[in-house]
Design a protein around this ligand. Structure first.
Ligand code: PEP
Length: 251
């Protein structure tokens, strides 16, 4: 079973558009459900609208509050998400890290999600690559900090997404290659094996995200060894998103 996660980011603009996109995505999920676990991570404002329109989809949020204090104007807590039928939540996305989320804040968010029995989708990724391989220490720090103090049983509910920042979004400098993806996924599994053991390292899903489209999707899961894909912009286009699902199923 592969994961296919749609990160709708700050779109669509209206509830009507969100429902229509969810219905189209739900149809895609139905046709690929034997092989693909599809998760839609929508803006907070759409979550309650989507709750009843997405039976074949799992519902995810894009962020969560790091604290439990009620004096957190504008924030949304893990129990609030749980109450809306949300089961997954992205944490540590490069766009929220760019807005100030440190590894420590990401760690607190993970704690809040686990306390509410929600599944964190932990995004990790380096801003740029250098020829000496220093970027590997960025990934190591992100993972070690996120997993600090987490007991093995909690890892049954955990997804990691490797998203090199330089390959994400309209500002991407280039696409990652399946080989770069495979090497990093191996590296991430090695860090997990050192923290826990080989079994945990093998079973935890490690996805790839960053400018995934119908042309490169298959290579990331076959040659790149990704347990699935996290898709941003293309997840807003049901025809293209359907092709990505088909490409995963084809393997
Ligand atoms: C993302 O924002 O997580 C992402 C992968 O975006 P895109 O697919 O648009 O590069």
């Amino acid at each position: 079973m592969k994961f296919l996660i749609a990160n709708w980011k700050m779109a669509p603009e209206t509830p009507k558009q969100a429902i229509s996109l969810a219905k189209a995505t739900s149809t895609i999920a139905r046709t690929s459900k034997k092989h693909v676990q599809m998760i839609v991570c929508a803006s907070y404002v759409h979550l309650s609208t989507l709750r009843n329109t997405t039976k074949t989809l799992a519902l995810g949020a894009q962020d969560v509050a790091s604290t439990t204090t009620i004096a957190s104007t504008g924030k949304v807590s893990a129990p609030m998400l749980k109450g809306l039928g949300v089961t997954y939540c992205i944490v540590g996305h490069s766009e929220t890290r760019a807005n100030g989320d440190t590894n420590e804040v990401v760690k607190e968010k993970i704690n809040r999600l686990l306390e509410s029995k929600l599944t964190p989708i932990l995004c990790v990724g380096e801003k740029e690559r250098d020829e000496h391989g220093w970027y590997l220490s960025t990934i190591k720090d992100q993972i070690e900090s996120a997993f600090f103090g987490i007991a093995k049983p909690s890892l049954k509910r955990f997804v990691i997404a490797y998203e090199p920042v330089w390959a994400i979004g309209a500002q991407a400098t280039r696409e990652a290659t399946p080989t770069e993806c495979q090497e990093m996924i191996l590296f991430i599994r090695k860090i997990i094996a050192d923290l826990y053991d080989e079994k945990v390292a093998k079973t935890i899903p490690v996805l790839y995200g960053g400018s995934v489209g119908e042309e490169n999707a298959r290579a990331f899961v076959t040659d790149g060894d990704a347990s699935g894909l996290l898709v941003g912009r293309v997840s807003l286009d049901p025809k293209r998103f359907a092709k990505i699902a088909q490409r995963i199923v084809q393997q």
